[in-house]
Design a protein around this ligand. Structure first.
Ligand SMILES: [Fe+2]
Ligand SMILES: [Fe+2]
Length: 194
């Protein structure tokens, strides 16, 4: 019983600065934290799939490992924010990730699908914060997540297209790579362009 009082006593102390933070927003933010951790786990599984000796894609491994670390950082950032607003962080069990992928293209496509889902949820959090008249939460989501999501989704979409081109027409793909490392038709004219 003393333990219980201790718990509620401390809990009460942590809530005294809570202001204009709706229960619905707290719940939605917890869902967002758990989505970020789910993505973290899935990217981790992907990173070590592409590290297998019978797959051996060190670049893809590094890319997904970095993505996994970023998702964990996102979760932690929201957990920090939750504590600033006086909410309670509630972590749930993380679902088992997909363990392997047919090729790099399949992994990249799954990553984009996952990012779009995460982004939709962030937009839902933002919309709810607007309904609940919580400008602080709106600002937190806008400043820390929305642009980064869109940037990341563009990168993934481009990688998917690059991979498709490399598969369908290696000549086109390689010629574009060659062009991107040359100085153009009139190298001495710099960026003026004639
Ligand atoms: Fe994220
Ligand atoms: Fe992400």
């Amino acid at each position: 019983m003393a333990l219980l009082f201790g718990f509620f006593g401390r809990r009460h102390m942590s809530m005294i600065m809570r202001q204009n933070f709706a229960k619905s927003c707290e719940k939605k933010l917890n869902d967002q934290i758990n989505m970020e951790l789910k993505a973290c786990h899935q990217y981790l599984a992907m990173a070590f799939h592409y590290d297998r000796a019978d797959v051996s894609s060190p670049g893809v491994h590094r890319f997904f490992l970095q993505a996994s670390n970023e998702e964990r950082e996102h979760a932690e950032k929201i957990m920090k924010y939750m504590n600033k607003r006086g909410g309670l962080v509630r972590l749930s069990a993380v679902p088992e990730p997909i363990p392997c992928f047919a090729d790099t293209l399949a992994g990249l496509k799954h990553a984009l699908e996952m990012e779009l889902e995460v982004n939709q949820h962030l937009l839902d959090v933002h919309a709810l914060a607007g309904q609940e008249n919580d400008p602080n939460l709106c600002d937190f989501i806008e400043a820390n997540f929305l642009q980064e999501q869109v940037d990341g989704q563009k990168v993934l979409a481009e990688y998917i297209r690059q991979m498709e081109r490399a598969k369908d027409d290696l000549g086109e793909y390689l010629f574009d790579k060659y062009l991107s490392s040359t100085a153009g038709m009139h190298p001495s004219s710099g960026s003026k362009g004639h």
